[in-house]
Design a protein around this ligand. Structure first.
Ligand SMILES: [Zn+2]
Length: 155
């Protein structure tokens, strides 16, 4: 499995894409199957490798609460909170355009990959083992930054 830092052209969102190999990435990219998980844009390219603040939004979320407030380049707790809130809003906006398929995610992702279902943005649940098989089959999987409530579970 290979992880690329990808970036969308319109807004410069940087995100991770997991692929089976570089060839899988090239193939899916050429077929327009790689899209930005934050804004849905299909104009996505590899981002130059850059030092990361944190690999995942959820890691950022746990760090600042206990960190002492000392002058440094680290973002303040308030800045991190604002950033996470913005990321949460972006994810919500994106998911409005995405079909929630719940536990059927692996099947649905395969059907779309094979052209048996309408190509569209979907999200749902997959175990790590499911995600790894999808990646082995050449299907891009991107982890969501935040847990998603099922439709109907939200208040
Ligand atoms: Zn984007």
């Amino acid at each position: 499995m290979i992880v690329f830092d990808l970036r969308c052209a319109p807004d410069g969102h940087v995100f991770e894409g997991w692929f089976g190999s570089t060839a899988d990435y090239d193939d899916q990219s050429a077929r327009g199957l790689v899209s930005c998980p934050m804004c849905g844009s299909g104009e996505v390219g590899k981002a130059p490798m850059a030092p990361r603040v944190g690999r995942k939004g959820n890691q950022l979320a746990v760090a600042p609460a206990a960190a002492p407030a000392e002058p440094s380049a680290e973002p303040s707790a308030a800045q991190v909170k604002a950033m996470l809130a913005e990321l949460g809003r972006m994810q919500r906006r994106l998911l409005e355009k995405s079909d929630f398929v719940g536990d059927r995610f692996p099947d649905e992702a395969r059907a779309i990959h094979l052209g048996e279902a309408e190509a569209r943005a979907i999200h749902g649940r997959a175990t790590l083992a499911d995600a790894e098989s999808l990646i082995d089959e050449g299907i891009m999987v991107a982890p969501l930054l935040f847990p998603v409530a099922e439709p109907g579970e939200e208040n």
